[in-house]
Design a binder for this molecule. Structure first.
Ligand code: ADP
Length: 600
């Protein structure tokens, strides 16, 4: 994308988050900008009237006009201010919501992609730590509007002074002063642009340091128990001290650069101001305008040079912000490419969905090795399959592929004789109830969590909660299924333990009542009694569903019809517990005996 289009495109997107905001803000800026010019004008009229010794009535009229004008301008500005603040809240909320919605809408393979994660993190850091990216669009665009309006006002009003000057005879002194004003003003603007660009660039380099600091502080948990046990306070303090020194060094460098960048601009601006005073007073003595106008014209000229300088500064900020906007747009431009399929998934009362993995190989994006290699396996309706293997052997990846969170790199997965890619994606997902190892409960009422929806069937929800052993805890819940989980959004929310959360995740899977139930280490967080309870009722819980069960506890896999043993991404053994154990050199036997020694 061409650079100049980045800001334009981002602005268009940002404006769409609340189309009311910028028009309202523009009006407010107009009223805010009129106010000082109006006051300069009226002050000069009042001083002239006093100087010329006009009638008191005339003076009172001028004062009343000034007060009334201010009252009206500030009234409009305040009324608009309310609207602008509300519109700004809506804008910020919609902007944040759009970012989360985009994340939620992405295919899972994009979410796990390390580059996309990094991109998302960069956007968050840019906006939350350094206020770069779309978050600073509002201030910058407003500043462009403000300073442009000010320049227009001051130029128009300053022109009025020239029309008066031309009416008095030419004087050589004025030529010299005008030349000096123009020269100093040009230098002021040049220095202002240079310093504006310089300062903006310097701050933009410092933002990288601030990101690093944030990563260091966010990456070290000061609440950690192990910090205390291993006395890590010393290491962490040293890290902070080192960071503090780097911070100080970078910022004193910034201060030094900013000082030298602004000095020439300050000097020329003061010289230009001095010449302006001289020429305006000079023409006043020649009778080009009354004495009160001196204030007005000096004020206008001051505003003009200030506004031009500020405008250049903001334009430079906008330019420096382009690289952050590019990151933002890059994230929003990510397209989902998961094939959505169109074949309807049959609604079968007999739940007859047979699955077959045919020579499936899979590699994660950015990874150098296959996570699954040439995996072939079939699963018939109603079967119970246990998946075992060491850490990193590919068990979870196998489940992710079955649920089409990823598509195989090679080979295919078929269901009832069709490649699963052909099925309508949403309908296909609906045939699975899964409890992942890193399941995620939401900070909403228990009922919404169990039903995974806005409404729930109370009787069914209570039944599944009871089935997974949550019944007793449920009775203590103050508002039953209406009880919010966690306290993120609601003070009345209840905090739950890891074991309780896992039970709720299990209940959610049962509530869905899908033909397949997949449990990835479903009892890891449960105490031995709760775990034994779940196993004792496993057949009752699973019912006539096809079940896949991943566990490190091999004793809990014995009740499965078939056990698939994964090793380094391959299925190295398939069979019943007894069949697998018979192969004494097999991986299963190795795993079994490693655990069995603690039980026998
Ligand atoms: P298991 O469930 O048996 O512990 P996994 O299926 O989680 O194993 O992982 C299989 C292999 O794939 C491991 O080498 C793991 O490091 C790698 N892996 C898992 N998830 C990702 C990912 N999102 N990106 C890259 N590699 C991954």
């Amino acid at each position: 994308m061409r650079k100049q289009n980045v800001t334009k495109r981002a602005l268009k997107i940002y404006h769409a988050y609340n189309p009311k905001y910028f028009p309202l803000s523009f009006l407010q800026i107009v009223f805010q900008s009129i106010s000082p010019y109006f006051n300069l004008w009226m002050s000069s009229e009042i001083i002239t009237a006093l100087y010329e010794g006009r009638e008191k009535r005339e003076l009172y009229v001028l004062v009343i006009i000034t007060l009334l004008g201010n009252f009206l301008l500030q009234g409009f500005e305040a009324a608009l201010g309310r609207g602008v603040r509300t519109a700004s809240e809506v804008l910020a909320n919609n902007e944040a919501a759009a970012f989360y919605r985009k994340t939620l809408s992405l295919d899972y393979d994009k979410i796990e992609n390390p580059e996309i994660r990094q991109l998302r993190r960069r956007i968050e850091e840019n906006s939350w730590i350094n206020s770069h990216g779309v978050i600073c669009m509002r201030d910058n665009v407003e500043a462009v509007l403000r300073w442009s309006i000010n320049i227009i006002f001051s130029v128009v009003l300053f022109a009025e002074m020239f029309s008066r000057i031309t009416k008095v005879p030419f004087h050589w002194l004025s030529l010299g002063l005008f030349a000096a004003i123009i020269a100093f003003s040009v230098f002021t603007v040049i220095f202002q642009c240079r310093s504006g660009k310089g300062i903006s660039d310097v701050w933009s380099t410092v933002s990288d340091l601030m990101l690093r600091e944030n990563r260091i502080s966010a990456g070290h948990n000061v609440y950690g128990m192990d910090n205390r046990i291993y006395r890590q306070q010393g290491i962490l303090s040293q890290l902070w001290e080192k960071m503090g020194k780097e911070h100080l060094k970078a910022f004193s460098e910034v201060n030094k650069k900013c000082f030298f960048l602004t000095m020439p601009q300050v000097a020329t601006s003061r010289l230009s101001q001095m010449c302006t005073y001289l020429i305006i007073c000079f023409y006043c003595t020649l009778g080009a305008f009354p004495v009160g106008s001196v204030i007005k014209y000096i004020g206008y000229l001051g505003k003009m040079t200030q506004s031009i300088g500020n405008l250049f500064f903001v334009i430079n900020n906008l330019r420096n912000n382009e690289r952050f906007l590019e990151t933002y747009l890059e994230f929003f431009d990510i397209k989902n490419d998961m094939y959505q399929g169109s074949l309807a998934v049959e609604k079968r009362s007999d739940k007859k969905f047979d699955i077959e993995f045919r020579n499936v190989t899979f590699r994660y994006a950015g990874s150098e090795e296959d996570a699954l290699k040439n995996v072939s396996l079939s699963l018939k309706v109603g079967e119970r399959l246990a998946v075992v293997g060491k850490n990193g052997s590919g068990k979870t990846t196998f489940i992710k592929l079955l649920c089409r969170l990823y598509d195989p790199s090679e080979g295919e997965i078929r269901m009832n004789d069709f490649n699963i890619r052909k099925y309508d994606y949403r309908q296909y997902l609906d045939i699975f109830s899964v409890v992942f190892q890193d399941y995620n409960l939401l900070a909403v009422p228990l009922g919404n969590n169990v039903a995974s929806g806005a409404v729930w069937d109370g009787e069914k929800a209570e039944r599944v909660l009871d089935e997974v052993g949550f019944g007793k805890r449920y009775e203590e819940m103050p508002k039953g299924l209406e009880t919010p989980l966690y306290k993120n959004f609601d003070e009345d929310g209840v905090n739950i333990s890891g074991g309780e959360a896992q039970k709720i995740a299990l209940a959610r899977a049962l509530y869905r009542d899908a033909p397949f139930i997949i449990l990835d280490e479903p009892t890891a967080a449960l105490d031995p009694v709760a775990e034994a309870e779940i196993y004792a009722r496993f057949n009752e819980i699973v019912g006539d569903k096809t079940a896949i069960y991943i566990s490190h506890r091999l004793s809990s896999c014995r009740f499965c019809d078939k056990i698939a043993v994964f090793d380094k991404g391959r299925i190295v053994q398939v069979g019943t517990h007894e069949e697998l154990l018979a192969d004494e050199k097999g991986v299963y036997s190795e795993l079994w005996h490693a655990q069995a020694q603690y039980y026998t």
